[in-house]
Write a protein that binds this ligand. Sequence first.
Ligand SMILES: *Cc1c(COP(=O)(O)O)cnc(C)c1O
Length: 324
Amino acid sequence: MLTLPTFENVLAAAKRLHGHAHLTPVLQSVTLNTQLGAQIYFKCENFQRMGAFKFRGGFNALAQFSAAQRKSGVVTYSSGNHAQAIALSAKILSMPATIFMPHDASAAKLAATQGYGATVIGYDRYKDDAGALTKELAAQKGMTFIPPFDHADVIAGQGTAALELFDEVGALDALFVCLGGGGLLSGSALAAKARSAQCKIYGVEPEAGNDVQQSLRQGERVKIQTPVTIADGAQTPMVGEITFEIIRAWVDGIHTVTDGQLVQAMRFYAERMKMVVEPTGCLSLAAAIQAGAALKGQRVGVIISGGNVDLGRFAQLLGMGESA
Ligand SMILES: *Cc1c(COP(=O)(O)O)cnc(C)c1O
């Protein structure tokens, strides 16, 4: 039997994060509200520490380590934001961190992770089994492995973003959440069910990688080929075990959007709201715009999951939007 995290765990996570995580702003766009005839509330985790919501889950997990666990430290693998989240959390909590990162990880992400003092070990993303390498080192050195989404403490931490949103703006009719392995979505669902029981909760995947949509249809977790999409934070081939149980129980539906729609949302954020949002962070808005008239008259939450994108890449992607 899996032990699922609860809303109480989300509340406890919020306490642990107090004074460590930023209370990120909730913004609105008059242009978009007018266009959709709805009230859209953006929860801006692109302004979270290290640039994404993942700090919440990482810190919540590490803050609960025993003295012995702290001494040996944490180990994980990630090509993206989870690496920085664990590295920064470990630095704050004064414990060693080792992160397996692919040799071709972005230079900015590698530098940030090392900058927080973590030991980075390179691996080949096409040949090596990063999960196996991580577990092997954890067993050898007595380190604790904290995975990016399929962990009760990580999920509870991620749920604090939606908790803050509801506490700031009150009940909502719908909430759109970016979806990779499902940590952010399942944490958000725990918060929504307690704070805004009528709120419809939607996960948003890239069309090229709709494994959660497929999994819900089949009633079991479906594993797909690593999808080709600009949403690099949602390239997970399979949803987690714990996250799937929560999604299955509480989430009302999964939307999918194309890379073209992500670029449009990215342009909207840049032009209208003066924000840099990474492609994966654009999933939620792209789906809300796609839902369009269905949201008329509603109060809608959109979680912006992160803003970490190399500026060269950002400019290149916006250029794509122009010619499209
Ligand atoms: C990790 C990540 C996601 C996906 O989160 P999951 O908890 O794996 O579903 C979405 N957006 C950004 C920016 C991320 O870093």
